[in-house]
Design a protein around this ligand. Structure first.
Ligand code: SAH
Length: 490
């Protein structure tokens, strides 16, 4: 049977695709069905036909899957943030575990026996809501020309007005409302992507979950904001939910989740200048309008009372899910098997979080990171925690590592990598292999590039010893994973 656009077909959903969509077959023709849940039978309308597969959208759920749950967020279907909120959380975890395994088989070329011998069960969240410490809200207009803040709809740049995202802290709403009211009262325009006109593009809000410190940064298409002092007045005067909670706590009225919100306060208000026509959110120029340049936060690792304090500046990367980060770092440390003497390279080190936890258990740590502000933070973080055996280099891993190898003769015992989604550059992988470290710990946020890179490392004389996914991004299709790799001695 030949299908065409707008046909409505009944499909059993048998799998979940890379982007969280349901996958089913109609007469052997594969359909990727948006908003369908594995186990559903749905009537789906075909939106696009290719020769061997097509795309469709759910028209009606005929028989709901046992894994289907009622999403908490009313915008989940339009919003591009949560792709799998309608899937039961435990089933989401199985999906992510399978995704890692499938990529290792298909792209990595490993055998099922090899993978099943080393793969451990995914580490899930106890409470998969309000876990994100950072959000970047686009600012724009609705159809009637009202100022709005929210999120981009899936695969578009249309903004859905929603200041109350279930993944972030609830105070974000109050902060955004204050920014919008400052804009309205002072005639401040929002940026229009189509024309490149207008001023305010995004609001970045980052919260230290341990410290309670909040940074608000407005990304603007211009040098200055009009009446900056009014924005400062509004934001610095905000009484956040967390502040009021102090009283609720003493009455014993607040729940445990709310207790974590206690004492949240804005400590930094900044603007970032971005005048480019680009999808990159932050501009490189940051100016602090009020308070400090950076927020502080602290992280520990599972099973230890030790904590390390970190300064984070607006342009630096900081893991978005602190609770799960502690579990992730715990595994990275375990896989590194440090005894106190080792030389460690931490590539893609950000503000030196993994580097500093490693430094406490190693002889010497070298961190490498491309963003200069992050390296400044890393140096400051080492000093404030009195860690003297960590050194940081700014530059691309694929450029700095060969220099450390060829010019300085560096031969690390352990190399940790934690690259962005595109994975490691081949030059970086080749240098790692040439350095012959005993162990490599690969922390990855993209199983496909992870599998590609592992194939190269294993061809270069290494083998996988342990693999474990850690859910950093509940309700989204994103999957984090840590792999322990060992040099083969032949
Ligand atoms: N390990 C850190 C950061 C991981 S995110 C942590 O756990 O917090 C990945 C980091 O790699 C980002 O800070 C990004 O700026 C950096 N990065 C991206 N490309 C890079 C490259 N080619 N060389 C070095 N660092 C890079």
């Amino acid at each position: 049977m030949e299908y065409k656009k707008n046909d409505v077909v009944t499909v059993n959903i048998e799998d979940i695709g890379n982007n969280g969509e349901g996958i089913g077959r109609a007469d052997g023709y594969t359909l990727f069905v948006k908003d369908a849940v594995i186990g559903d039978t749905v009537e789906a309308r075909i939106t696009k036909c290719k020769k061997n597969y097509g795309y469709a959208r759910v028209e009606k759920v005929v028989t709901p899957s046992p894994f289907r749950v009622t999403p908490k967020c009313i915008f989940h279907r339009q919003c591009g943030g949560c792709q799998i909120q309608a899937v039961q959380y435990e089933r989401q975890l199985i999906y992510k575990q399978d995704k890692v395994r499938e990529n290792l088989l298909r792209i990595g070329g490993f055998t099922p026996e090899q993978i099943d011998a080393v793969m451990e069960p995914i580490v899930g969240m106890e409470e998969p809501w309000h876990y994100r410490n950072k959000a970047q809200f686009p600012i724009g207009y609705d159809r009637d020309g009202n100022l709005i803040a929210g999120f981009y709809a899936g695969r578009t740049h249309d903004i859905i007005a929603n200041t109350d995202c279930m993944l972030g802290p609830s105070e974000n709403r109050d902060i955004l409302e204050a920014v919008l009211s400052y804009m309205r009262e002072n005639g401040v325009s929002a940026y229009r992507e189509a024309t490149g006109e207008g001023l305010v593009r995004h609001v970045l809000i980052r919260t230290g979950f341990s410290s309670g410190e909040i940074m608000v940064c407005l990304v603007i298409n211009g040098k200055r904001l009009p009446a900056e002092e009014r924005l400062v007045e509004k934001l610095s005067g905000l009484r956040l939910v967390g502040g009021d909670l102090g009283e609720a706590l003493s009455n014993g009225a607040a729940s445990t989740a709310e207790k974590e919100d206690a004492g949240k306060r804005i400590v930094s208000i900044a603007v970032s200048v971005n005048r480019e026509k680009t999808n990159v959110i932050m501009g490189n120029e940051i100016r602090t309008l009020w308070g400090r340049d950076r927020i502080e936060d602290s992280l520990g690792v599972l099973g230890s009372t030790e904590r390390i304090t970190f300064s984070v500046s607006p342009l630096s990367f900081y893991q978005v899910n602190p609770g799960q980060t502690e579990k992730l770092y715990h595994l990275a440390l375990e896989y590194a098997e440090l005894t106190g003497k080792e030389t460690v390279c931490d590539l893609y080190c950000g503000i030196g979080t993994i580097s500093l936890f490693m430094a406490k258990r190693a002889g010497k740590v070298y961190g490498v990171e491309v963003v200069p502000q992050a390296i400044e933070d890393a140096g400051e973080n080492a000093r404030r925690n009195q860690i003297t055996n960590a050194e940081f280099y700014v530059g691309k891993a694929e450029e700095v590592l060969p220099k450390l190898y060829e010019r300085e003769g560096l031969r690390p015992d352990v190399i940790v990598v934690d690259p962005p989604r595109k994975g490691c550059d081949e030059k970086c992988l080749d240098t790692m292999i040439a350095m012959q470290p005993e162990r490599i710990v690969y922390v990855s946020c993209d199983p496909a590039t992870l599998a590609r890179d592992l194939k190269i490392l294993c061809q270069g004389g290494y083998e996988i010893r342990r693999v474990r996914a850690v859910d950093q991004f509940g309700h989204t299709c994103h999957t984090e994973c840590v792999v322990g790799i060992q040099r083969k001695h032949i």
